[in-house]
Design a protein around this ligand. Structure first.
Ligand code: ADP
Ligand code: MG
Length: 634
């Protein structure tokens, strides 16, 4: 029996304390997941040992049959989980079972509110892991030894989950980890073999490592009576114990796929969809890719976890192999198992391997096809889009070759239903295009409302032409990488000359030209009054209700992108807008009749208003207010 020496008491990192507290309270109705988490860790530990043993067979210590064992002691009210995986040394125990190493944890925990339902969802996003043991246990003891250490280097970790843990050296001949859960009074139901077996099947069938539980067999005499004292205990493998992705699709149920997802993705909500494929030929690999139902908290962090779990011929090689998918598909989770890489492949080697590049391109197509299929279920796709849409929008810039496919997957808010929800596809837009309309029109603004109410849309609303309403930070960047869809060019309605093509009749165009001529004098005067504040002054045919708007030349960076770049401290060359005036507006008529200073002030007011309507900032807002007030009180 192990004897503990040099016991030391240490405090949990603050975040761990917070997490423990919240987990115990918010996951109360979902307590059984502790078993899944602990088995998942044991299986990972076996995977890691097998990987390290590839070039150091001695690590097996003559025991290469990797396994997880679960035992119940009903009298002691405890459950023990044991694995002969890689184990941990003292430093690893302190780091892994005393802190939360992932970056962003503190920020994540701040989002938690103490409201059970909401927090349960957020915690699911985070992946609960080892600490979930405390949902059912009032004391947890971990005994472990790393595979390359001697038996004196065992470690015992013990905690009641209340802020601190003790750690001690122990003698531990067996490598790997043993976790003893002393069950809380209200969790005694888990000290039941039958219950545990069914949970193992439910959550861990897909794990390749066998999960074994003891089975007591009693010999029977000739009359079929049990012979007293003849009990022998054998170990029975409870789970299926074959890697799920190796099994034929026809053998697998949706529940199997979902359970496996939770293991690979460290997520405890269901995935939205998945795609399981075996490829044979020049490249040989099996992939199982999932679209999660919710975003991980580090989706937008530069060093956030991404990529697939990589196996080579069923041997686990690494987590988060990011070389198999492009950045804009970083939300995809899953497994790739291949015969085409060597077992000692490293991250550096993956980067240079042409086979990996080919697999990446195939897996990218698979992922896009999977999304296309998902789109047939509008509700599920909307969930996907709301969660990951702005990541997918990075696609056209990153992956030029697939930009048409990606364009088909995009969803937009549009003037069609004037809803802020991005729920319209480009295909639907094209279907609704007017007779004679050749272009796809869009506007980019800082907010949905600013886009929706932009003066630039007046003519489009009047003519019933749909416009995409873009307001995500990435939208202008996105549109600068999309040139056409289905043969139709994209046109920013706030840039360049507005040409509605065949939608406008010849007569309309003629009338516009005539008005422009008739107003030449006014335009000249306004240009003189505003000087180099504006590039040009024109008569508009975009506006019906507003007096004026500002427009940028066709090839200029748009207003939204300018503001983002300026906010990021990027100096940009100044660009002067074109001011367009609505000759039918009362204020423009008034301008025409004004003289001297009054003319200059009114012209200024019209320009400033147009800039404000665009979401822009005035250099001298106080001067604008003063001029406006003077006008109002005149
Ligand atoms: P995760 O599995 O997402 O990394 P966990 O909280 O489940 O997070 O586990 C934290 C870490 O503790 C693991 O990454 C692993 O390094 C270590 N660990 C947990 N259980 C075991 C085990 N049975 N054997 C070896 N290491 C383990
Ligand atoms: Mg884990």
């Amino acid at each position: 029996m192990a004897t503990a020496t040099q016991e030391e008491t240490l405090g949990f990192q603050t975040e761990v304390k917070q997490l423990l507290h919240l987990m115990i309270h918010s996951l109360y109705s979902n307590r059984e997941i502790f078993l899944r988490e602990l088995i998942s860790n044991a299986a990972d530990a076996c995977d890691k040992l097998r990987y390290e043993a590839l070039d150091n067979d001695a690590l097996y210590e003559n025991d290469s049959e990797l396994r997880v064992e679960i035992e119940v002691d009903a009298k002691a009210n405890s459950v023990t989980l044991r694995d002969n995986g890689i184990g941990m040394n003292r430093d690893e125990v302190i780091k892994n079972l005393g802190t939360i190493a992932r970056s962003g944890t503190a920020e994540f925990l701040q989002q938690l509110s103490g409201e059970q339902q909401k927090d349960a969802k957020l915690i699911g996003q985070f992946g609960v892991g080892f600490y979930s043991a405390f949902i059912v246990a009032d004391e947890v003891t971990v005994r472990t030894r790393r595979a390359d250490d001697s038996s004196e280097a065992g470690v015992e970790w013990r905690s009641k989950g209340e802020g601190e843990f003790t750690i001690a050296e122990i003698e531990r001949p067996a490598r790997g980890t043993e976790i003893v859960l002393h069950l809380k009074d209200d969790a005694k139901e888990f000290a039941d073999e039958f219950r545990l077996k069914s949970l193992v099947r439910k959550y861990s069938d897909h794990i390749e490592v066998p999960v074994r539980m003891p089975k007591v067999e009693t010999a029977k005499d000739d009359d079929g009576k049990e012979i007293e004292g003849s009990e022998v205990t054998t170990w029975e493998t409870v789970n299926e114990a074959t890697a799920l992705w190796v099994r034929p699709k026809s053998d697998l149920s949706d529940d199997d796929y979902k359970a496996f997802y939770k293991h690979v993705a460290h997520d405890f909500s269901d995935p939205l969809t998945w795609s399981h494929n075996k490829v044979e030929g020049k490249l040989e690999y099996t992939s199982l890719l999932y679209v999660p139902g919710r975003a991980p908290f580090d989706l937008y962090e530069r060093d956030g976890a991404r990529g697939v779990k990589l196996y080579v011929q069923r041997v686990f090689i690494m987590d988060d192999a990011e070389q198999f998918l492009p950045l804009y598909l970083r939300f995809i989770k899953g497994v790739v198992d291949t015969k085409d890489l060597s077992l000692n492949v490293s991250r550096e080697l993956l980067q240079q391997d042409p086979q990996v590049e080919k697999m990446k391109s195939a897996l990218t197509k698979r992922s896009l096809d999977m999304l296309k299929k998902l789109a047939k279920d509008e509700e599920a796709y909307q969930t996907f889009w709301n969660t990951f849409g702005s990541v997918l929008k990075e696609g056209p810039a990153e992956d030029y070759a697939n930009r048409d496919k990606i364009a088909g997957l995009l969803r937009f808010a549009t003037t069609h239903n004037d809803s802020a929800t991005q729920d319209q596809s480009l295909a639907a837009y094209v279907e609704r295009m007017q007779e004679g309309q050749q272009k796809i029109y869009y506007i980019v603004a800082d907010s949905f409302k600013a886009a929706q109410h932009s003066p630039h849309l007046e003519i489009f609303r009047k003519k019933g032409i749909e416009v995409l309403l873009l307001s995500d930070r990435i939208d202008e960047w996105l549109m600068s990488h999309l040139t056409e869809f289905d043969g139709k060019a994209f046109v920013d309605v706030a840039k360049g000359d507005l040409d509605l093509g065949e939608i406008e009749g010849e007569e309309e165009k003629k009338a516009q030209e005539e008005t422009a001529k008739a107003k030449e004098d006014l335009l000249q005067r306004v240009k003189e009054a505003l000087g180099d504040e504006v590039q040009e002054v024109k008569v508009t045919h975009r506006l019906t209700d507003s007096p004026a708007c500002v427009v940028l030349p066709e090839n200029e960076m748009g207003f939204q992108m300018r503001r983002i770049m300026e906010a990021a401290g990027q100096p940009l060359p100044e660009v002067k807008p074109i001011l367009e005036l609505n000759p039918d507006h009362a204020l423009v008529s008034r301008l025409e009749g004004a003289e001297g200073e009054a003319f200059g002030d009114l012209a200024r007011i019209l320009l400033d208003q147009a800039i404000i309507a665009e979401g822009g900032h005035l250099d001298d807002p106080a001067a604008y207010v003063k001029r406006l007030n003077a006008l109002l009180t005149a």
